[in-house]
Design a binder for this molecule. Sequence first.
Ligand code: CAA
Length: 380
Amino acid sequence: MIDFTLTDEQLALQETARRFAQTEMAPQAAHFDQTGEFPEKIIKKAWETGLINEGIPEEYGGPGLSVLDTCILTEELAAGCAGMTTSMMVNSLGQLPILIGGTKAQIEKHIVPFTKEFRYCSFALTEPSSGSDAATMRTIAKKVGDKYILNGRKCFITNGGVANLYSTFATLDPSKGHKAICAFIVERDSPGVSAGKKEDKMGQRASNTTDVIFEDAEIPAENLLGREGEGFPIAMKTLDKSRPMIGALAVGVARAAFEHAVRYAKERQAFGTPIASFQAVQFMLADMAKDIEAARLLTYQAAWMIDQGMNAAKYSSFAKCFASDAAMRVTTDAVQIYGGYGYSKEYPVEKLMRDAKLIQIYEGTNQIQRVVMAREILKD
Ligand code: CAA
C-alpha cells in the first residue's frame, strides 16, 4: 500500500519550519538579497530552534532526521528564502562525507561539536577548471610524515567564507583520475587554509559563496576519510543523498512563487475583471500547480528510497533535475503573471526567479543529472 499521509511528528516539523520561515526568514529575504549581507543571526536562530544539522544521528547527539523529514523541512525553509536555506542546508552537505566515510572517532571529534555549539560546515569539491568533471580536480595532496600537505583552490564553495570545517577533496596524482582522489576533514584554522573572494551572485544572494585556498595547508593524516583513493565514491554517495534535499529546496521556491501568483491573479484587474478569470492565466496556474506536485512526489520518492537503504542515484537525479527545472518554469511564469510589476524589485517574484536559476546549476548541473540518469538506465 502507498500512504501519502505525513506522521504527527512530520506535521509538527513542517509547522515549526513554516513558522520560522514566515516569521524570521521571509520578512528579511529582500534585505539580504539586496545587500548581499550574510544572515548570521537568522541562521544562528535556526540552529537554536533545531532546524539545522538535522542529519546528525541521535547516537551522536543530533536530531537524526530521515532524508524524507529533511525534505519536508527544507521545502518550508526555502519558501522563506532560498539563499538562507542553502547556507543552512550546506552544513548537512558538508557533514555527510564524514558521516558516510568517517570512523566513529572522526565523527565524535568533528561532527558532535555541531550539536553543542553554533558552527558552519562546507563541502569543497568544485575547482575553477573542474565543476561537472569532478574527477579532474587539481588540488594536490602529498603525504609528508603524519600530515598531508594540500595545495590548490576550490571555488563556488557555499559557506566557504564562514565555515569552521570543510569536507575537502584532493588528488594524490592528477594523472590517475578518480582513483587518486582522497577526502579530508579540514579545519578552518589549519595552517595554510584561507577563504578567497566572495561571489557577487545573481540569486541566492544571502548564501555565502567563496573560493577556498590551500597553500601548503597542513592536514593531520588522521583526518583522511576512508583510505587513500576512496574520496571520489564518498563524494558521489554524498551527492546521491543530498540531491533530494535540493529537489525539496526547489519545491519551496516554486511554491512561494505560485502562492504569490495566485494572490496577484485574484487581485489584479484587467478588462474589468480579475486576471484570474482569463483562461490564459488559469492554464499557467494549473501547470504551475501540477509541476509543484509532481516535483514534490519525485523528491519524496527519492528521499524514501534512500531511507530504505535502496540505490537511489537515478531517483535523486530525477528529483533534483525535475524539481529545479519546474522551479525555473514556475518562477518565470509567476513573473509573467505579474507583468511589468514582476520585473520590478519592489515585488517578490523576480528574486524567486533568480534564486531558482542556481538550483539548476549547483549540486551538479541538470545536464550532469541527465548523465547520471542515462548511465543508470543503460547499465546492466
Ligand atoms: N556512488 C558510489 N560510487 C560511485 C557513484 C555513486 N553514485 N558514482 C560513481 N561512482 C564510482 C564509480 O563506481 C567509479 O568507481 P570504479 O572505477 O571503482 O568503478 C568511480 O566512482 C568513477 O565513476 P564514473 O566513471 O562514473 O565517474 P565520471 O568521472 O565519469 O563522472 C559524474 C561522474 C557523475 C559526472 C561526476 O563527476 C559528477 O557527479 N559531477 C558533478 C559534480 C557535482 O555534482 N558537483 C556539485 C558540487 S557541490 C555543490 O554544488 C553544493 C552547493 O554549493 C550547494
